[in-house]
Design a binder for this molecule. Structure first.
Ligand SMILES: Cc1cc2nc3c(=O)[nH]c(=O)nc-3n(C[C@H](O)[C@H](O)[C@H](O)COP(=O)(O)OP(=O)(O)OC[C@H]3O[C@@H](n4cnc5c(N)ncnc54)[C@H](O)[C@@H]3O)c2cc1C
Length: 612
């Protein structure tokens, strides 16, 4: 979205913040032994390493494929998407999507210390409480809303919005639903242009029965609310495990960070090989290897190490050391489509103008550098709408959708997925639990909408947050430096998933025709307003993109349900390999995943610290 922005001039100004690029460790040949080796110094891995190394008697090494980078892309909120396609993006791409017209979908992920949290959108949000409770119901004792929420609270310090913003923009979480002593600073957007778009959007939602909630961070997410964001309120820059760590510098002698180090194989005795760089690191763990290479790369590393499905391993000539068919299966991701509308001009300059109006950009840059205000200080689109399907369709329509779902679920009877899909069906039928998310961002993001560059636009994304389809991710070749084959398998439960999207789009159309939003929206551009149901279906089947929240590929589930780790996060069939990244989340959550990944990492560190 911001590819035409030139924000690099910020860097020298932000260097007031001191360390901008900090290679933490480098050596040509290193052989050493540690109590813990963490593979992947990303969102989860770096936090776990920090927590374990709080005990000075414990030695911890982190292997991170990327470098320690802090620059304007990682710090300035509005620039977050600029990392896509750069050196700090892994640039994954899906295999052609059978049910989405054969397209290949871009799947960015952070390749730097701190991982994706160093470059993501910073929304700091939780799912509905029942979505965590099903983790326990599926067989993970102790993993439920209460535990995960308590650990999210423990890592955050929340700063409420001003009374004006609480009232005007629904930025009004109950402070008691947040923590106030944690390391990550969590605040609200302070840039709301173009006025009065958001106010009218919220009012139109209210007219349609979608109410504000103050409890979005208290386990009750349905409604319209502002997302708290991991942004420091004093200087309006990112607060994340990686950026904070690099800026502070590593002060612990018992924590060693190796950047530019790609783990290529783990042996069951705890040794790790690395490659892809000009230095060789041979590390051995005394007890435990913690794999946090992310949803897409952890399964590949296990498979390269002989842990996985014999069918997958044999195809690549790898001996199965541990037969574990769940590795890389159960992949889930949020899927979205974009709807584009023209709005009245003269509402004030919007974030859209940052891209096309150099003068406006320069003004906003000056504002940000001078006093940390303006369009650059906040991520766009933080107004979140979470919709249980029951809030947008009639009972009759719900029956039709449920029948379509039940028909599709018949083919999972007796398979390892049956139990989790049934649990998911219960959530779908629960009128408290959201199934669809809407996000509103300024500008026209879908080029097929052919926006008039002299006019103003908004994009409303319709996102399905708990898809029933399941994909997979596996190694592509035995070269550890090759990226894995990723198949999110979007829209595999084709009829049902497509119909849910169509209902979401129709709701958005109705919303934009509802006062007072209708006072602002002047035209529906794409999909066109007169599209028939079948045209909307084909629009959906050509338009799906990933909303960047993949999980499930190393599911924490009983082994017979395609589980890869148990409730202590130990990989089945091994003694010393643990996983703790977003891949352990067994069923996709109706939320953005950052806060949950941090909370889970803290739980993981508490489990692991008893291992030495
Ligand atoms: C563009 C984008 C925007 C997002 N915005 C939000 C948001 O606003 N709010 C939200 O809640 N969520 C957001 N998310 C999702 C969220 O950021 C992720 O779910 C979360 O950061 C994942 O954490 P992780 O620890 O699983 O993986 P990562 O943070 O990706 O960490 C994996 C780490 O492992 C390293 N690695 C991989 N393979 C190897 C190897 N073989 N050897 C050594 N190192 C390796 C990687 O370089 C990386 O640093 C966004 C995601 C994306 C892509």
């Amino acid at each position: 979205m911001f590819s035409r922005l030139n924000g690099s001039s910020f860097l020298w100004k932000l260097c007031l913040l001191s360390l901008c690029y900090l290679p933490i460790a480098f050596s040509h040949i290193i052989s050493s032994t540690f109590d813990f080796i963490v593979v992947g110094g990303g969102t989860s891995g770096l936090l776990i390493a920090e927590k374990l190394s709080d005990d000075p008697s414990v030695s911890v090494a982190v292997l991170e494929a990327g470098e320690a980078v802090v620059d304007d892309t990682t710090l300035v909120p509005v620039l977050f998407t600029r990392f896509i396609g750069t050196d700090v993006d892994w640039e994954f791409v899906s295999v052609p999507q059978k049910h989405v017209s054969g397209i290949q979908i871009s799947l960015p992920r952070g390749k730097l210390l701190g991982g994706t949290a160093s470059v993501n959108g910073m929304y700091f949000v939780r799912a509905h409480r029942k979505e965590y409770d099903i983790w326990e119901q599926l067989g993970n004792s102790g993993w439920n809303w209460k535990t995960v929420d308590a650990h999210i609270k423990a890592v955050e310090t929340f700063y409420p919005a001003s009374e004006h913003d609480q009232e005007e923009f629904a930025a009004a979480d109950l402070p008691s639903d947040h923590g106030n002593k944690g390391q990550f600073q969590v605040s609200y957007s302070n840039f709301w242009q173009p006025e009065p778009l958001l106010v009218n959007y919220i009012a139109a939602l209210n007219t349609l029965g979608i109410n504000r909630t103050h409890r979005a961070s208290g386990g009750s997410t349905a409604g319209v609310w502002q997302s708290p964001t991991a942004i420091k309120p004093d200087n309006r820059s990112r607060s994340s495990v990686g950026t904070d760590f690099v800026l502070a510098g590593n002060k612990k002698p018992n924590l060693q960070i190796f950047t530019g180090a790609i783990a290529t194989k783990i042996d069951l005795n705890g040794g790790i090989s690395t490659g892809g760089t000009n230095h060789t690191i041979n590390l051995t763990s005394r007890g435990n290897v913690i794999v946090t290479a992310g949803t897409y790369q952890t399964p590949k590393l296990l498979e390269l190490s002989g842990i996985g499905s014999p069918a997958v391993l044999n195809a690549h000539g790898i001996n199965a050391v541990v037969n574990l068919t769940g590795v890389g299966e159960n992949l889930q991701d949020h899927a979205g489509v974009l709807t584009t509308f023209e709005i009245k001009s003269g509402l004030g300059q919007s974030i859209e103008d940052l891209i096309r109006n150099a003068t406006f950009f320069a003004e906003q840059e000056a504002l940000y550098v001078k006093n940390r205000t303006g369009a650059l200080a906040s991520v766009p689109g933080s107004t979140i709408v979470m919709l249980p399907i029951q809030s947008i369709v009639s009972n009759q329509r719900l029956k039709t959708l449920t029948a379509l779902l039940d028909k599709a679920l018949l083919s999972f009877k007796g398979t390892p997925l049956e139990k989790q899909l049934n649990a998911q069906r219960d959530l779908f039928l629960d009128p408290d639990v959201p199934d669809i998310e809407l996000t509103l961002t300024p500008g026209a993001q879908d080029p097929r909408a052919s926006p008039d560059p002299t006019k103003s636009h908004v994009t409303i994304s319709v996102i399905t947050v708990r898809p029933f389809d399941r994909g997979n991710v596996h190694l592509n070749t035995t070269n550890p430096l090759d990226l894995p084959l990723i198949d999110p398998n979007f829209l595999a439960i084709t009829d049902f998933e497509t119909e849910v999207f169509v209902d979401g789009i129709k709701f958005v159309e109705k919303l934009t025709q509802t006062a007072p939003l209708s006072d602002i929206v002047t035209a529906q551009l794409f999909p066109p307003s007169n599209a028939t149901d079948s045209e909307l279906s084909s629009f959906v089947q050509q338009s799906i993109f990933s909303v960047w929240h993949p999980c499930g590929s190393s599911s924490m589930l009983p082994k017979d349900q395609n589980g890869v780790v148990d409730a202590n996060l130990k990989v089945y069939g091994t003694q010393n390999i643990r996983i703790a990244d977003a891949g352990i989340i067994p069923v996709s959550l109706g939320t953005h995943t950052l806060a949950t990944v941090y909370g889970n990492a803290l739980i993981a560190a508490e489990i692991f610290k008893h291992l030495v």
